[in-house]
Structure formats: C-alpha cells, structure tokens
Design a protein around this ligand. Structure first.
Ligand SMILES: [Mg+2]
Length: 270
C-alpha cells in the first residue's frame, strides 16, 4: 500500500495517530485502489439547508393549526431543533422526536402524514432552489474519472438520484446504492457495512481496493466494518477525533485535502 498516501505515511487499515491524521493531505492512486465510494450529503452536496427549511415549513404550518394547550410549546421550529431532533434521523423518528419534545401528542398515522408532507416540501424546494455543491466536489470527481477510478454514491436518502440529477452530477457515478435500492434489497442502514459492500460489488471491486469518503460517524464506521482499503473522514465541523474513533483512517478538513495521483493506467473517462 506504500505510495497510496502522500504526507500521511500510514499503512492502510492501521489507524494512525491523531497528530498526523487530522487535517491530512491524502493522495489516492490507481496503484493502490480501483474505486471510490462516496456519501452524498455533506461530501458531494449540501442539502442540509433544504432539509431544515422543509422541516420548518411543515412543523410551523402544523403548529399554527393547534389551539394553545397547557404543557405545549408552539414556538417556531429553529436551527437548534433541527440539529437536536431531526438531522440524520429517519423521517418518522425525527418528526416524532420533535413533537414529543414540544409536548405535542399525536397518533402515529398523523406523524407519518407530517413526515410525508416534509418530504413533499423538500422535493418542492429541491426543484425551486437547486442543490449546492460542496466546494471541490466537482473537481474531485473529474480527477477521479480522469485517473480511471470507478465511482459510486452511497446514500440513505430516497431522493438521491433527484439530488444528483438536479446537481448535474448523475454521469459522474458508475453505481448508486441509495435509500430506494437499500429498501428493495432489504439492506440495513449505516453503520452496518451492507450498503457500502453492495456499492463495491456493483463496481466489481473488492473493498480492500476501494476508498470510502464519508462525513458521518455511522458512515466511517460502515467503511471500517466493511474492510475498505481506506476510509477518509471529511470533517468541516471539528469532529475529527470522533470520526477517527468510529473507524476513519485519515481526516481531511475539506475535499481540497483529497488528491488524486495522475496515473497512466487508464485513459480519461470524461
Ligand atoms: Mg453525509
């Protein structure tokens, strides 16, 4: 594996010490790897702001229909609520968690309806406002394709292909394992490695010849448990140590820290 990582001289699969691993500059080469499997939200696209807006629209609209009641807090949904109750959670659990925290009791059927409404609002916002790309995402994808890497996207989202298409990035990936595919195949979500292993399988590449790029704790843990050759944790929020603890081999503070070695092994693919 020597030569696969520049500036961070650690054998793949061995957890490096924090001193060299955080804010690392990592260069991946075709000598060591054949494929790169990436998470979507937080690595390639930034749809968190759209999700937050959709939750707010739905919750504020719903709470406006309720008569004030002892023990209920009907104040507008705030960013703090987003981070504490719904970010990264399955839709139903997020909706239920927020309502419970506000002292609002409703039947499961109503929670499902509210969660479905949030998804409709999200899709609406996706069309109207578009998708913001994480800085460096497109140039990284271009560099990977030019060097002959096979690429896949792995996301829990059922809106993954809509987001990729809206961002104009559909053609950059050879395979996709999103919430729809995982549902069809009955694959457990991250931190179980099943979705990442399915992606590597679709790229016809063994995990040890594949790189995982992730920003979530559950995601790096999935890559580590799946035996992937290199798990890169993307940390823009100062949670590098936690990512390392969950199985990342190296931490980059943004995608500029992830380089692609030029290789003569294959010609350009784009
Ligand atoms: Mg993510």
């Amino acid at each position: 594996m020597a030569g696969s990582i520049r500036d961070v001289l650690v054998p793949t699969g061995v957890r490096p010490s924090t001193e060299v691993a955080v804010n690392a500059v990592v260069e991946i080469s075709r000598d060591a790897f054949d494929a790169v499997v990436m998470d979507l939200d937080g690595v390639i696209t930034d749809t968190a702001s759209l999700h937050e807006k959709a939750w707010k629209r739905m919750f504020d609209g719903f709470m406006a229909t309720l008569a004030p009641h002892e023990g209920q807090d009907l104040a507008p949904f705030e960013n703090e609520d987003y981070r504490r109750y719904v970010d990264g959670m399955p839709r139903f659990d997020g909706a239920r968690g927020f309502l419970t925290a506000r002292g609002i009791t409703v039947a499961d059927q109503k929670v499902h309806a509210l969660a479905a409404q949030k998804d409709n609002d999200f899709q609406d916002l996706l069309v109207k406002e578009g998708v913001r790309l994480i800085p460096g995402a497109q140039s990284l994808l271009i560099a990977l394709r030019r060097s002959g890497f096979r690429t896949a996207i792995v996301s829990a989202s059922r809106n993954c292909s809509a987001v990729l298409s809206r961002a104009g990035l559909s053609d950059f990936f050879d395979a996709s394992v999103d919430g729809v595919v995982a549902g069809e195949l009955g694959l457990p979500g991250k931190p179980h490695p099943a979705v990442y292993l399915e992606a590597a399988g679709r790229l016809r590449t063994p995990p040890e010849r594949s790189v995982v790029v992730e920003d979530a704790l559950a995601g790096v843990e999935a890559g580590h448990r799946g035996g992937f050759g290199l798990v890169v944790g993307v940390d823009r929020g100062g949670h590098g140590q936690e990512l390392l603890d969950h199985g990342a081999n190296v931490i980059v503070s943004d995608l500029a820290g992830l380089g692609v070695a030029s290789s003569a092994m294959e010609g350009p693919r784009l």
